[in-house]
Design a protein around this ligand. Structure first.
Ligand code: MN
Length: 231
């Protein structure tokens, strides 16, 4: 069975169950344990999870008033994990903060506070985890997530998602494509087109493991991990 490393999180259950239901075996990894290289040498894929804000000094900005730090050590640990995963081509699914970590790790920047920095912004901080209709996202045709979520979209490009974030990708990192946006222009997914599987989403697909709305994202990761394992 493909081993999927999952970065630490205060609420692990949804991430663990999402991986299990997609046929993978989750491996929890925490700050202060093995090095990123040691971890990636013994797993088949990586998943980066939600959490607090990435320190903006890591992309050359001062902190906005709304800054809320993640757990001590997570920034450095997860940025190293993301860089190592991209460098080695190990399949990667990054969720919420994980998407922001991946983007900063690869040289991109973030919107630090959507309500005060995006004109005409929709409500992106909808606290209910399974409010699957917080806003819609427009998915780029031909992208990896368009293929994965084909059965979940209306008219081939619109998908409804939950939303629990006040930050988002601003400038996507070099080599990454924006593959979903909400109608206010907030970036909701990026992917690396030349990687076997390097996908990041701003919403929380892991909250739906009971009903399976976004199971295809986790199945995509586990399939890519299984393929990589056989090589
Ligand atoms: Mn959103």
């Amino acid at each position: 069975m493909a081993l999927i490393a999952i970065g630490q999180n205060r609420k692990m259950e949804d991430y663990l169950e999402s991986v299990r239901r997609a046929g993978g075996e989750p491996v929890e990894v925490v700050v202060g344990g093995e090095t990123p290289e040691q971890i990636l040498s013994r797993v088949d894929a990586l998943m980066l999870t939600g959490g607090g804000d990435v320190d903006p000094k890591l992309y050359g900005e001062a902190r906005h008033d709304t800054f809320q730090a993640a757990e001590t050590g997570r920034d450095d640990f997860e940025i190293a994990l993301a860089r190592a995963a991209v460098a080695t081509g190990i399949p990667l699914l990054a969720i919420c903060r994980g998407m922001q970590v991946l983007n900063v790790a690869m040289g991109g920047t973030l919107v630090q506070d959507i309500p005060s920095q995006v004109t005409g912004a929709l409500e992106h901080s909808v606290p209910q985890p399974r409010a699957g209709n917080a806003h819609e996202v427009w998915v780029s045709k031909g992208s990896k997530i368009a293929t994965l979520l084909a059965d979940h979209m209306e008219d081939g490009e619109t998908c409804h998602v939950n939303s629990r974030h006040h930050q988002s990708v601003k400038q996507a990192a070099k080599g990454f494509e924006v593959t979903a946006t909400s109608p206010d222009g907030v970036i909701e997914a990026i992917e690396k087109p030349d990687a076997p599987f390097c996908v990041a989403v701003q919403w929380h697909p892991e909250n739906f493991w009971r009903t399976g709305e976004f199971r295809e994202l986790f199945e995509g990761l586990v399939q890519a991990a299984t393929t990589a394992k056989k090589r």
